[in-house]
Design a protein. Structure first.
Lengths: 113, 114
């Protein structure tokens, strides 16, 4: 049973518009969440994170929202650019230590020019 | 770039043969990890190391062993490769920040077991 779910395998968005990627989790003990971006033939790269004591974290065009009661987080990209086309992984953790990360299956974002 | 190098980048092998993947890091990180990435499963932890000669199992450790004889090198061995081990393998290190840990990944090894 997946503890971290990304129910949309793929998403297409027009350049300049908002991209919203969603992630749901089942373990209420998770208290730290991250988003990673992955281009083909490269390793995942860290994008943005949020602690459970916050409900929003912003970094440039990227904002992550956390709704603890719904066990849901989302990544907003505004405005979307063709270079944002990649696979996005959501990850969650409830203890310190990288071995405790649980990753979602990923969402492939395509930003169309 | 967290100074992580994986080798080889691509490997094709036959069922039943042993395979070793290497991860080399240059920044003296204590923790190192091996993940595999498969469609529909995201990234799953195989094994990790918290120091020289200190390793532990992850979620999908069956069929894999690891060794860490030096801080900078973490080896992943498939003793007898099977087709189910066809995957992309990523090595990672972790760093702590104010909020929590972050993982930094190498570029990956594409392994095909025929």
């Amino acid at each position: 049973d997946q503890q971290v779910k990304q129910n949309s395998p793929s998403l297409s968005v027009q350049e300049g518009r908002i991209s919203i990627l969603n992630c749901d989790y089942t373990n209420s003990m998770f208290d730290y969440f991250l988003w990673y971006k992955k281009y083909p033939a490269e390793g995942p790269t860290f994008l943005i994170s949020i602690s459970s004591i916050k409900d929003k974290n912003e970094d440039g065009r990227f904002t992550v929202f956390l709704n603890k009661s719904a066990k849901h987080l989302s990544l907003h990209i505004v405005p979307s650019q063709p270079g944002d086309s990649a696979v996005y992984f959501c990850a969650a953790s409830f203890k310190t230590g990288g071995q405790n990360f649980v990753f979602g299956p990923g969402t492939r974002l395509s930003v169309l020019p | 770039d967290a100074g992580i190098t994986q080798s080889p980048r691509h490997k094709v092998t036959e069922t039943g043969t042993p395979v070793t993947l290497r991860c080399h890091q240059t920044e003296n990180h204590r923790y190192m990890y091996w993940y595999r990435q498969d469609p529909g499963h995201g990234l799953r932890l195989i094994h990790y190391s918290y120091g020289v000669k200190d390793t532990d199992k992850g979620e999908v450790s069956d069929g894999y062993s690891v060794s860490r004889s030096k801080t900078e090198d973490f080896l992943l061995t498939l003793e007898s490769a099977t087709s189910s081990q066809t995957s992309v393998y990523f090595c990672a290190i972790s760093e702590s920040s104010g909020l929590g840990e972050k993982l930094f990944f190498g570029s990956g090894t594409q392994l095909s077991v025929l």
